[in-house]
Design a protein around this ligand. Sequence first.
Ligand SMILES: *Cc1c(COP(=O)(O)O)cnc(C)c1O
Length: 452
Amino acid sequence: MSQHLLNRRQFLAAASAGSAAAAAAQTSTAGANPARKTGRLALLGGDPIRKNRPWPRWPHCDEEVVNAITKTTRSGIWCRIQSASGTVPTFEKAYASLIGAKFCVATGSGTQALHTAVEAFGIGAGDEVITSPYTDPGTIAAILASRALPVLADLDPESFQLDPADVERRITPATRAIMPVHMMGQPCHLERFLALGKERNLVVIEDACQAHLAEYQGRKLGTLGTVGCYSFQTSKTIACGEGGAVVGDDEALMDRCYTVHNHGTSRRGLTEVIGPKYRMNEFEAAVLLGQLAGVQARHERRNANARHLSERLRGFPGLVPQKLYPGTQSGSFYLYAMSYHKEHFNQIPRSRFLKALDAEGVSLSPYIERGLHREPWIDFVCNNRVYQKMFPERRLQQFREEMVCPRCDQVCQDMVMLWASGPLLGTTADMDDVADAILKVYENRDQLAAAQ
Ligand SMILES: *Cc1c(COP(=O)(O)O)cnc(C)c1O
């Protein structure tokens, strides 16, 4: 026990946080086994915190999923237009009801869902959509696919989310929509985006591709904006390999989403508008339907584990979990994200910290290496014949010059996160492994720094 107190004092000594945080840290480490944190680092030849104990696997697969696939295969209904009561229409109804939206259109991916929404709003060449540089490339691909201009705003560095003030600063007369992203499956500062949308007459398309079942101000994410878009790609917390969905309450708009995603052909059988073919197939919907029964329980498990992990790290200044906005009730915990503060780790670079953790049997990842404001698509767009026709030269020049997001750069540099879809389904002991491994590396930071 005295060992425990000593360790605790050591890490409190390093804390720049005030006494309240220090008091929190005292209670938060009370249940930990100190011996686990003080042995020699596995990277330097010691015993790892965790060995021969695999993490829960992801994607989720059980008999129900397998049976659903078999049933669809045997039915011969492999495409949604074959039957109004096939697996895709059935999934759409079930998902809309689960999320609390009136309508749902399933697509082949999250990118397709976002593009369907952009196209359904009639956003296109000459229009601008403001979104985050810290996201999946699918977010901007959806805007570019309609030949609109994705304008990137900087982040709130503590929440890793799009900053409403910087979004407001980047609105131009050509701005038609805001596409806030709920990064890591946690609510972004949505209240502010909804107010901004109202005030400036902009559509709010929620990129909820990581945020299934997450709750904010009494509603599920994806149902607060004009429309919400989800991804069911393998890694996401509801997954079928590749898949997506748009949800919304506006019947006419959601009917247009259907038409757009169905190569411009409406439910009435008329080919009416510009649209790609983005239909979800019946096998994908079968996998999704087969796993829906357990999704709420898995959501709760991830949230309980995340709470435990955050509690264990409370007051520890070296790794600071993602800041959550008021109104956040639960997150999807697609990723459990933290920022790494090397000043509390004897200046050990993040890459070496991650290597030491990995040797302890706990793998965290730096995630996105550089923001989308640093990717070559910007040159492509500025040199593209169509964009040069649709946007004044001055605007494209300004667009390029203003692609500066220093807070996003900082987030990319400091991010360490757990791919959480599978691991957060583990036990409390699994979470203690994560916290213990982090604290063990911390306790041994001097040795680690010296061994470089
Ligand atoms: C996964 C993801 C997308 C794209 O979804 P896909 O199904 O991969 O096309 C878009 N935005 C975010 C935030 C995502 O995480």
